[in-house]
Write a protein that binds this ligand. Sequence first.
Ligand SMILES: *Cc1c(COP(=O)(O)O)cnc(C)c1O
Length: 237
Amino acid sequence: MSELAERLESVRSAVGDAARQAGRDAADITTIVVTKFHPASVVRQLVELGVEDIGENRHQDAAPKAAELEGWDIRWHFVGQLQRKKARQVRAYASVIHSIDRESLVDALTAGDSGNAGVSGGGLSGDDRLECFIQVNLTDDPGRGGVAPAGLDPLVDRVLGTTGLELLGLMAVAPLGEEPRGAFSRLRTLSDRVRASEPTADKLSIGMSGDFREAILEGATHLRIGTAITGIRPERG
Ligand SMILES: *Cc1c(COP(=O)(O)O)cnc(C)c1O
């Protein structure tokens, strides 16, 4: 077995163990393998090992990989900070965007879609809705990605009112220097509030290499795991 296959297997079994411990069905948890900095060949090996969900955090790295692997059965998840001017380009290959954190991004992602006030043309059908998460900033540092909890409600309403987007739920990164479970629990409380207005927006994109067990205990439905599966990331070239 390759080292990649071994690490993937060991994460899969750890996810299964944590799910059992939480009294949850592992089938309800999607593991996204984050391949940032790694070449398309690594993505190809992962797909050959049965991975269907791949995560990337920068458009300029993701776009060429998605192009090289066109025709492969891959769901691309965009998990990084998204620039407004890149939004439509990311939409061209991404199945899910995890990092909606401001209203201007909603506008940029859906510009040209039908059904949005003040915008004509497009003709987007219901099937073309882009799945997305709203990213919440769980730190006190406004420079971090994500909307502050205080700004969450209006952003939720904005996304729910946009025909081109389907809100899956909330995403967050656990703050450094804090026990991750407490932070994930705060996100879960916010998620309960979102679910009260939209019952289907009940997913949680939380959990990375160092904290996916805690995330599973707090209800994670989408794990974003990089190094625990891919090994140490190469230097950004
Ligand atoms: C890189 C990255 C991950 C994966 O991080 P690891 O610690 O390598 O598992 C998850 N989420 C986001 C947003 C990332 O940028």
